[in-house]
Design a protein around this ligand. Structure first.
Ligand code: CU
Length: 203
C-alpha cells in the first residue's frame, strides 16, 4: 500500500519535472547539440565501463606487480641490483627505485644509440618520471613495475624529473643521466672487471 503511494508520488514528481523542462525555451539547434553531447558522453563512459569489466583496466605499461613494502628484500630491486646492468641477451637494463624525494641510484651512465629498458618501481606513493626532450615519460604506481624501452640518440647530460606531485619535496625530486658514446661506455663497462677499483695505471 505504502509502496503504491511512493510510486505515485515519484511519478508525479517526474511529470512535474518534465512539464517544467518543457516550459524552458531551448533553441532547436541547441537541443540537438545537447543530445549529441549526451550521446558522445554515453559512448565514452560505455567504452570505459566495458574496458573496466571485460578487458581489465590497468595502470599504464605492462602489468607486473611487486610488493612495494619489501623492495629492499626483493631479488630484482635490492640495492645491489639497482642501476645499469646487461642481461643474458645483451640488452641494457636500468633498474631504478623512486621514493620521496629521489630516484635511486642518483646518477647513472648509459650508452647513446642503444635501446635501453628502464624498469621503475615506487617505494611509497605515485611518482612520475620524465626525461625532457625524449619520449621517456611514465607513471610509477606503487605495487607495479613500470617498464619503458627507449634510446638516446645524442650523448649529453639528461635530467630525470618527477612529474607527479608526490609531496612537499616534489620539486627537489630529480636525478641525472649521463648519455655517453657507445664505444666509450662499452670500454668503461669492461674496465672495472680487468682493473681493480680506483684504477691503478702502473704497468
Ligand atoms: Cu614527485
Amino acid at each position: 500500500m505504502q509502496n503504491d503511494t511512493i510510486k505515485a508520488r515519484g511519478l508525479q514528481i517526474y511529470r512535474e519535472v518534465l512539464v517544467q523542462l518543457n516550459a524552458i525555451h531551448i533553441d532547436h539547434l541547441e537541443r540537438k547539440w545537447i543530445g549529441i553531447s549526451i550521446l558522445i558522453i554515453s559512448l565514452l563512459v560505455g567504452i570505459i565501463t566495458l574496458d573496466a569489466f571485460f578487458h581489465g583496466v590497468n595502470p599504464p605499461s605492462k602489468v607486473e606487480t611487486i610488493d612495494s613494502a619489501s623492495l629492499h628484500l626483493s631479488k630484482e630491486f635490492a640495492e645491489e641490483n639497482l642501476g645499469v646492468q646487461i642481461d643474458d641477451k645483451g640488452n641494457v637494463v636500468v633498474r631504478m627505485v623512486a621514493g620521496r624525494y629521489s630516484f635511486f641510484p642518483k646518477h647513472i651512465d648509459v650508452p647513446a644509440e642503444t635501446p635501453i629498458t628502464f624498469r621503475w618501481v615506487s617505494m611509497d606513493v605515485v611518482h612520475g618520471v620524465h626525461i625532457p626532450m625524449t619520449n621517456m615519460s611514465t607513471m610509477i604506481v606503487p605495487g607495479y613495475v613500470a617498464e619503458i624501452t627507449t634510446s638516446f640518440p645524442k650523448p649529453g647530460e639528461y635530467p630525470l624529473l618527477c612529474n607527479e606531485y608526490c609531496g612537499l619535496g616534489h620539486n627537489h625530486m630529480w636525478s641525472n643521466i649521463s648519455v655517453i658514446e657507445k664505444e666509450q661506455w662499452t670500454s668503461k663497462q669492461n674496465a672495472p672487471a680487468s682493473a681493480p677499483k680506483g684504477g691503478s695505471a702502473n704497468e
